[in-house]
Design a protein around this ligand. Structure first.
Ligand code: SF4
Length: 464
């Protein structure tokens, strides 16, 4: 009797590090491994070979990736390295000379070739009947796609690479210039995810607002209608699916203004066509520092635009990220940033003390800020924003928020409102989840009864 594919002795362990874009790469590699009949196993002991998908963005991520490779080498000994750090093979070989193979990000073909070399594919009558290779169109078809996120939300990667050259960033040198997926391909993937039970799509890329510029906004057809490969048209298409659609990594181009009306607009069921949520990294507020960063520097205009967005869509949540202690940042320029926070009243903010990334142009800028000053500025920045965030959340007490339930643990339900992206924002803690019979992946209206600096607390109304 033929044995099922799962017992052919080709077992692969997988370690996935890095950002949501790397997670999507991991999902794709895992799906291809599954299509080819490899077993994905959970322990080093069970694995015949281990794939480590690495991150190489900042020095701490490089260290974490090298540690993960070291652990896999010590515990298993047969290791294939892929992902962003794979762009620097000499660094990996210096620390771990005996890894089997090193490939870069999105190089699915080379990862599979390395797996084939380590564990040659065997003929199997079950596996040989299914397609041997998947692409973006096939992903998730017939339920073969592997997702590493919970069933009810998924990352939707619309492009790779970036045409900007921000001086602190090495992503363009690792992932290349912008390459957008055709809009019909992205919409078909979203449609399949919706059919598979996904309730929330998290649109990711390196630069979401540049989507399609490399294709000259090529027009494609989906469900009998023409759509341009362009951010606004993509959002209009996604709004047809009746899901929550959340935009991440939106570079502050002027045309971002065009999508705000979609956030204010409602479908027939009351759902916003696009979640009123904008993840838009501003990075700094001093025109001179922004110029050194090679980012857009018209700060007055940014404040005006934020005001206009709020006029068009009063419940918009604006999330941003900032770098403090960038080389050359003076105390006065840092104060400008604090003033910007006061004026902009952003809902969610992430901040980092500048840390030099190997290969970044910013490393050669004069007047680096001493480490203790960077840390002191970061603490002041976070303290100032904490007051703003806390007040913004307190304003929501007494309101009713539509939430998506992520998990239920006894009486407690962990959910997110439209203002909360998974992993990076706050939560809505529902006190009576068991009584209300909540399940992960369900939408509920939550009466908000309390708040703190990060989270909201509330109850679901239960009819007697
Ligand atoms: S826009 Fe983002 S990915 Fe592109 S260079 Fe700037 S920081 Fe890097």
């Amino acid at each position: 009797m033929s044995e099922p594919a799962s017992s052919l002795g080709r077992k692969v362990g997988f370690v996935s590090l890095g950002c949501p874009k790397a997670l999507v790469d991991s999902e794709r590699i895992l799906t291809q491994l599954k299509v080819e009949g490899y077993d994905i196993v959970q322990t080093y002991d069970d694995a015949d070979v281990v794939v480590v998908n690495t991150c190489g963005f900042i020095d701490s991520a490089v260290a974490e990736s090298l540690d993960a490779i070291g652990e896999a080498m010590a515990e298993n000994g047969k290791v294939i390295v892929t992902g962003c750090l794979g762009k620097r093979p000499e660094q990996i070989r210096e620390a771990h000379p005996d890894v089997l193979a090193i490939t870069g990000p999105q190089d699915y073909g080379s990862v599979m070739a390395a797996v084939h070399a380590a564990l040659p594919p065997t003929h199997d009558p079950f596996v040989d009947l299914v397609p041997r290779r998947i692409d973006d169109n096939d992903m998730l078809q017939n339920g073969i796609g592997i997702k590493l996120t919970p069933k009810h939300y998924a990352y939707l990667k619309i492009s790779e690479g970036c045409n900007h050259r921000c001086s602190f960033c090495i992503i363009p040198s690792m992932r290349g210039d912008l390459v957008s997926r055709p809009v019909d391909e992205v919409l078909r993937e979203a449609e399949k995810l919706a059919m598979g039970g996904v309730k929330e799509l998290l649109v990711i890329s390196q630069d979401t607002s540049a989507y399609g510029v490399d294709t000259k906004y090529a027009e494609r057809t989906w469900r009998g209608k023409a759509y341009q490969t362009r951010m606004k048209a993509l959002c209009e298409g996604l709004s047809e699916l009746g899901l929550w659609t959340r935009l991440h990594y939106v570079y502050p181009y002027p045309h971002v203004d065009d999508i705000i009306p979609l956030m204010a607009d409602r479908n027939a069921d009351g759902l916003p066509k696009l979640l009123p949520y904008l993840d838009i990294p501003f990075q700094h507020a001093s025109p001179r520092v922004l110029k050194l960063m090679k980012r857009p520097g018209a700060v007055d205009k940014t404040l005006e635009r934020i005001q206009r967005w709020r006029e068009t869509c009063p419940d918009i949540t604006i999330r941003s990220t900032f770098i403090v202690g960038f080389p050359g940042e003076t105390e006065a320029e840092f104060e400008e940033l604090l003033e910007f926070l006061d004026e902009a009243q952003l809902d969610r903010v992430g901040a980092f003390a500048y840390s030099p990334v190997e290969g970044a142009a910013a490393n050669s800028l004069p007047d680096p800020v001493p480490e203790d000053v960077k840390q002191e500025r970061l603490a002041r920045f976070m303290e100032r924003q904490a007051t703003i965030s806390e007040a913004k959340l307190a304003d929501k007490v007494g309101s009713v928020q539509r939430c998506l339930v992520d998990a239920v643990d006894g009486d407690l339900g962990i959910a997110r409102s439209m203002a909360d992206a998974p992993e990076i924002d706050g939560l809505v803690q529902i006190q009576n989840a068991r009584e209300a019979g909540l399940q992960p992946g369900r939408f509920v209206d939550v009466a908000i009864m309390g708040s703190d600096e990060h989270d909201l607390y509330g109850e679901v109304e239960i009819d007697d």
